[in-house]
Design a protein around this ligand. Structure first.
Ligand code: BG6
Length: 482
């Protein structure tokens, strides 16, 4: 008999998230030997799918590199199990439990449930899992995906429900940006180096800007997106998480709770976002656009009402009221249907006092999350040769140059493996989320009530020009930019 086994159940196995992200991440974890040896994967959803259906669905999504990988992929696909059932019926979950028991062959059988389902069924599913599917020996963990509510109140309601069913250390709330290499790097960069810390404060930093741009629309997710909008989709979570890691104090250790204590603390110092500190936008089609997609506006997308008030773009300025940051604007810009796809963090330092070179271009530290992970520091050096002018150049750490072709696991793979190991440092704790909702709830209610109207911007542009004006007003200098 085996000593220990892990059974991962993916709920919503027939859905898009499972197909595009969860199963490919499980496959990568399997092919690079990051899953515990005796791991079984079970899919669960309402549709009746045969084993052939599963293979047909997942195979094209699983990347391979060479013949050995292909053989490995075949055995991975072969080992996948699946059963169908309802999301709100005790009978179905009892059946799921029996199925898991029939797969169990070890003294200790750990169970991980990955809930890849829309919010409308969260409550039912978690209740059924808690009642019928907890492990008899070994751990039971649930991995949940955003959205975690729509505002502070609905989050508190969901959280009260979840915490009645599971202990906090059984719940792994995914924010996949916390699984990205460069986001994880923020802590190392800040706290493993001596050079940055002394200037990482209001005395030396002029402003901080976080950007997440996408060059596509809602890609068939119009119905979901219209209910949530860009603030709930990426700003309240992915970007706020990056801001928090950039602004928090040094944690006592790298332990999950020490990190999350500091994150929560800095969030508590942020005042709720005000309308005057934001510019919202909604994209319209660009008649000159090259692709068919770019000629369509947001309200032309499927499942989006013609009079939708939902922002697809937002720029917002946050004020952190503590000793380190008072007076330093933290600016977040994000949006769909923009001119490029990129995510980055820029820390702009103040110009040197009493400049003797006549060039007050600021130093800027850039952490590029994607594409092409990189960290570079913009500095001024003397121009080579006879000139005595100074010119801007980069101290550049591009990951590809420094670390060659070393594989960077996907955010999902990394987070799933962390959850299996029980490391929750890169998952969102309930009190952090409560703070995140507190910051955004007033403005979200104003948007929902139609009190704020998004400005229009063309598909493929940089967003509404008012956003640039806001950014400039808050001390961001484009001179340091490329
Ligand atoms: C998701 C959002 O959380 O993140 C999407 O719901 C967005 O709208 C996606 O496109 C971006 O993730 P990534 O990893 O591609 O930057």
């Amino acid at each position: 008999k085996l000593q220990e086994q892990l059974i991962i159940t993916v709920l919503g196995a027939s859905g898009d998230l499972a197909k595009k992200l969860v199963y490919p991440a499980l496959w990568d974890a399997y092919r690079f030997d990051s899953l515990p040896e005796d791991t079984r994967i079970l899919g669960y959803a309402r549709s009746k799918l045969s084993h052939e259906d599963l293979v047909e669905r997942f195979k094209p999504q699983l990347k391979v590199n060479g013949d050995d990988d292909e053989k490995k992929r075949d055995s991975f696909l072969e080992s996948l199990d699946y059963i169908h059932g309802q999301y709100d019926e005790a009978k179905s979950f009892k059946k799921l439990n029996e199925h898991i028991e029939s797969m169990s062959q070890a003294k200790t059988v750990n169970r991980m449930f990955y809930i890849a389902l829309p919010p409308s069924v969260y409550k039912d599913v978690t209740e059924q899992l808690s009642n019928h599917c907890q492990a008899k020996s070994g751990f039971t963990r649930v991995v949940v995906e955003k959205p975690f509510g729509k505002d502070l109140e609905s989050y508190q309601d969901l959280n009260a429900h979840m915490s009645n069913l599971f202990a906090e250390d059984q719940i792994y709330r995914i924010d996949h940006y916390l699984g990205k290499e460069m986001v994880q790097n923020l802590l190392a960069l800040r706290f493993a180096n001596r050079v940055f810390e002394p200037s990482w404060n209001r005395h030396h930093v002029a402003c901080v800007m976080l950007t997440m741009k996408e060059d596509f629309g809602t890609q068939g997710r119009g119905g979901y997106f219209d209910e949530f909008g860009i603030i709930r989709d990426v700003m309240q979570n992915h970007l706020l998480q990056m801001l928090t890691l950039c602004a928090m104090e040094k944690p006592v250790s790298t332990g999950p709770d020490d990190i999350r204590d500091e994150k929560t603390k800095v969030l508590r110092c942020i005042k709720p976002l005000k309308i005057e500190d934001t510019v919202l936008g909604q994209f319209v089609g660009n008649p000159e656009g090259e692709s068919e997609e770019s000629r369509k506006g947001y309200t032309d997308e499927e499942d989006v009402p013609n009079d939708s008030n939902t922002p697809t773009f937002a720029t917002a300025v946050f004020h952190i009221e503590n000793d380190r940051w008072e007076g330093v604007p933290f600016i977040i810009r994000c949006g769909k249907a923009l001119n490029e796809k990129k995510a980055e963090l820029r820390v702009q330092f103040r110009s040197v006092p009493a400049d003797i070179f006549g060039n007050s271009t600021r130093n800027e530290l850039v952490l590029r999350v994607q594409p092409d992970e990189a960290i570079y520091l913009k500095v001024l050096v003397k121009e080579p040769g006879a000139s005595s002018e100074v010119a801007q150049t980069d101290l550049d750490l591009s990951y590809k140059c420094r670390f060659g072709e070393q594989r960077i696991p996907s955010a999902y793979e990394r987070l799933i493996v962390s959850a299996i190991k029980g490391n929750s440092a890169n998952f969102v704790r309930s009190d952090e989320l409560e703070q995140a909702w507190r910051i955004f709830t007033p403005i979200l209610h104003d948007i929902d009530a139609g009190k704020v109207k998004p400005k229009t911007y063309k598909f493929g542009s940089r967003g509404p020009s008012e956003a640039d004006d806001l950014v400039k007003k808050h001390n961001f200098s484009y001179a340091a930019y490329e």
